[in-house]
Design a protein around this ligand. Structure first.
Ligand SMILES: [Zn+2]
Length: 107
């Protein structure tokens, strides 16, 4: 991720005392939109599978305050259970973001 993109995330003021997350939704022309943002606690967030009209959920994004940008085993389990393809994690303190493709992830 570029320095500029990191700056934008930092300016967005992501909370560092709790995880937040949202569904990633794909529109009819392939554009990506986010669902409503859910707030969780320090070690987890329940992400609502909710998308704007005409969009289908394809993944999730959430934060790991004070943590690593690597998804946890629970994150992968949730992604598989929901049949989602994309799993994105951001560390709010650094703005570091990683998006992984479940089809390419083997464990
Ligand atoms: Zn996680």
């Amino acid at each position: 991720m570029s320095f500029r993109a990191r700056q934008r995330l930092r300016l967005a003021g992501l909370p560092t005392d709790k995880e937040i997350g949202k569904a990633l939704c794909k529109g009819p022309d392939g554009q990506i939109a986010g669902g409503p943002v859910a707030e969780g606690h320090m070690y987890g967030v329940t992400i609502p599978v909710s998308c704007p009209p005409g969009y289908n959920p394809v993944g999730t994004w959430h934060t790991h305050p004070g943590g690593v940008v690597e998804p946890s085993p629970e994150d992968w389990e949730m992604t598989r259970k929901l049949g989602f393809r994309y799993l994105c994690v951001t560390v709010p303190e650094t703005g570091q973001t990683q998006c992984l493709d479940a089809r390419r992830h083997r464990k």
